[in-house]
Design a protein. Structure first.
Length: 268
């Protein structure tokens, strides 16, 4: 499995520690460099793309926590493991709060250090995969929005170009008043297909029945109760009942707001 951590920098003012850790990490397959001076370590970090810095805390000139702060000024993506034999002076919580990925107390076994590095490697991989997933999701959402807009545009175009011209021809034909009403409602419903009214009304007020949606649509179009009854093939009392229920479900039962005005002015 390919590692996220490939290049490591060891920082310790004891040359023997640097040499021992460098040898161990190279034998474990890592590219590794070392520095016994924190200032030179910062210069090396500026010149190279290190994935991980393993640093002692108690060092002359600049301690490890100061070094950690300077590292983040250069590259916030570098992970760090801090080492120290002074566990009574530096606490784990203090070191992690300063921004270190982990902490190891001297003396330690080399497999323990390697296990900490592997844990950080796994976390880096998870973060990278999450970033890639977020990017992929963003691309898919943008594509979905574009496709939805295109679909809406296609529907409107097809209705306008392929259907409405024939509706206009029907309107000019010799039909009874009843059939003219049907043609008119057909035209109106086609227009509604191209608008969000019916969809938004039924989505926002899921408790409104399909018949009540039809009544609301006709009320919105300015049809009187008798006309609605004729168009829908129901009694006048049925229409009045649906209107009453609509007012109740839309919160207009106690008010004096005109139902048609409300339907035309409210963004459902």
């Amino acid at each position: 499995m390919e590692r996220e951590i490939r290049k490591v920098l060891i920082v310790d003012d004891e040359p023997d520690i640097c040499a021992m850790l460098t040898k161990f990490l190279r034998s474990s397959g890592y590219s590794c460099e070392s520095a016994t001076d924190p200032t030179k370590a910062l210069e090396a970090i500026k010149r190279n793309d290190f994935d991980l810095v393993i640093s002692d805390i108690k060092m002359a000139g600049m301690d490890g926590l100061q070094l950690l702060s300077e590292i983040f000024k250069i590259n916030t993506e570098i992970d760090t493991i801090m080492m120290t034999g002074y566990t009574g002076v530096y606490t784990y919580s203090e070191i992690i709060k300063a921004g270190a990925a982990d902490f190891i107390a001297k003396p330690f076994q080399l497999p323990e250090l390697k296990a900490k590095m592997e844990r950080i490697d796994r976390e880096r991989k998870m973060k990278r995969e999450l970033r890639e997933l977020n990017i992929t999701m963003g691309v898919l959402l943008q594509r979905s929005e574009r496709e939805k807009e295109k679909l809406g545009a296609d529907v409107v175009s097809n209705v306008n170009e392929l259907i409405l011209p024939y509706v206009e021809k029907l309107k000019n034909g010799q039909f009874s008043q009843e059939y003219r009403a049907y043609i008119e409602i057909l035209e109106m419903n086609l227009s509604e297909i191209c608008s969000p009214f019916l969809k938004n009304l039924s989505l926002k007020h899921v408790h409104i029945s399909s018949m009540e949606v039809q009544v609301a649509n006709l009320v919105k179009a300015g049809k009187r109760s008798k006309e609605i009854a004729s168009i829908l093939g129901v009694s006048l009392n049925t229409v009045m009942t649906h209107r009453y229920r609509l007012r109740s479900k839309l919160g207009l039962k106690k008010g004096k707001v005109n139902l048609r005005s409300y339907l035309n002015s409210t963004d459902f």
